[in-house]
Ligand binder design. Sequence first.
Ligand code: IMP
Length: 191
Amino acid sequence: MKKILIGTHNVGKFRELSILVSKKTKKISPKILKIKSPEETGKTFNANAMLKAKYFAKFTDIPVISDDSGLCIKSLNNRPGIYSARWAKKYGSFNKAMKFILKKMSKKNDRSATFVCCLALILDRKKTICVTGKVKGSISYSIKGKKGFGYDPIFIPNTKLITFGQMQKNKKIKMDHRYMAFKKLKKKIKI
Ligand code: IMP
């Protein structure tokens, strides 16, 4: 693969996916092609990842990879889930959305949560691959760390004692839900 369009306007996701894709492959951003993001009308991570990849693929002949991801909190009926980005808009910022979550969680005993990522890769008109990666963890009692993006400062993966927001970027990238999905993708195709 000589080039790939990384179909996302999210800076954090773009950076993580760029690091995972082979160094030899040139990574193109939809910003360079002046393409906006589609509306996420799907009801699942899978449907939204496919919807985004198909949308971006209309503008180019090179392979496209898109991700739909989010934080599913068990005691909040798996919300924000596919609405993770939308909650940040709704409450004004990620910081405000995290504060809202922490307030809601103060009455809950079960703090378990899962970060989920669906990756959709469109190679050409005939070949599309979709995979899901997950990382299990729990919601911290406060916002901790300034690294990463989105909900990283309130998510503690099960194998660690610190939040994703406190973790070195290269460490988080090698253990998160996108990485897990990417590992599955790599078993199916050289990317
Ligand atoms: P969407 O896939 O564009 O709907 O956006 C997913 C949202 O989930 C992002 O904007 C983040 O808020 C959140 N999210 C997804 N992956 C991560 C992650 O690795 N760390 C922190 N937040 C994430």
